[in-house]
Design a protein around this ligand. Structure first.
Ligand code: ADP
Ligand code: MG
Length: 282
């Protein structure tokens, strides 16, 4: 898949070659010494981790431990007091959320952010807007079927149709988001993030509010996204079965700080994780 916003094809080739020579974890995505305070509260302290290309990297921790704040710093909503977010060699800190999205970092939110008075299809097409060279408004005034805007529109529709099939949204494609159950809306939000064709996908509690069946489906979809869309997935989740089954690596935190980072087996058996997190009733 083309990496959005990542310069020329030549640069991409060069990057791939470098990537082959160096350890993937150092090249692809990492955060270094991220810290942020709100008033007197240190919400995130000195957090560093690196994520392998096309892996699933999960962040766990009790409520209020700073997980969403890390996503907010990665996606440019908050500017860290200290630290760097490196994506394919480039520091994202200081860029606007829109620029960061164009660099290929897409996300879903803990509290869904969709246009509820628009249809599922409209919301998915909005995910394409970052790639529309002709702009949303020019796109609306297409001049003839051969125009650049018309060709772009066809391509965007193809990508969105594939997502509709992939996430099984066919039966609700023309439904207004406001009329959908919560679990379905979460899925639409995931679809919109996918429509951006990201190289990094940040999912903030995607299974929250889903029933058991929806959770099982989501589990499969996340694996399929990893395989079919070749994206790197950063996942915040409370569902421990899902986390332990799906993650390549897990970063466990408490009160803004790292407890341990490791494989599911390593994290699961860490006494502080058991005390700080797994002991908590969810
Ligand atoms: P988590 O996602 O792990 O539940 P958050 O990252 O949402 O936790 O929050 C971490 C801490 O930072 C909490 O104490 C929260 O109240 C605080 N926090 C997050 N965003 C803000 C903000 N914009 N203003 C003040 N405090 C905030
Ligand atoms: Mg959160």
């Amino acid at each position: 898949m083309a990496a959005p916003g990542c310069a020329t094809a030549l640069a991409a080739v060069t990057r791939e070659r470098n990537y082959e020579r160096r350890p993937a974890s150092m090249d692809h995505f990492r955060v270094e010494n991220l810290s942020i305070s709100f008033g007197g509260l240190k919400a995130v302290s000195n957090v560093s981790f690196s994520v392998d290309r096309n892996s699933i990297f999960s962040i766990i921790g009790p409520n209020g431990s700073g997980k969403t704040t890390i996503f907010n710093m990665i996606s440019g909503i908050y500017k860290p007091d200290q630290g760097r977010v490196i994506c394919d060699g480039e520091n994202m800190v200081g860029l606007t959320p829109d620029r960061i999205a164009r660099k290929g970092i897409a996300r879903t939110f803990q509290n869904i952010e969709l246009f509820s008075n628009a249809t599922v299809m409209d919301n998915l097409m909005l995910g394409r807007h970052i790639h529309m060279k002709t702009g949303v408004f020019t796109g609306a005034f297409m001049w003839g079927p051969r125009s650049k805007a018309a060709r772009e529109e066809v391509k965007n529709r193809e990508i969105v149709e594939r997502i509709i099939d992939f996430l099984d949204l066919q039966s609700i494609r023309d439904s207004f988001v406001a009329n959908l159950p919560y679990g379905k809306r979460k899925l639409v939000e995931l679809g919109r993030a996918l429509a951006m064709e990201p190289k990094i996908l940040l999912l903030d509690e995607p299974s929250a509010g889903m029933n058991t069946e929806e959770k099982e489906d989501l589990n499969i979809w996340i694996k399929d996204i990893q395989d079919d869309y070749k994206v790197t997935i950063l996942l915040i989740e409370h569902d421990m079965n899902m986390i332990m089954g799906i993650s390549d690596r897990i970063f466990a935190m408490s009160q803004g700080e790292k407890i341990i980072e490791g494989t599911p087996a390593e994290v699961q058996s860490h006494p502080e994780v058991i005390r700080a997190y797994l002991g908590e009733e969810r």
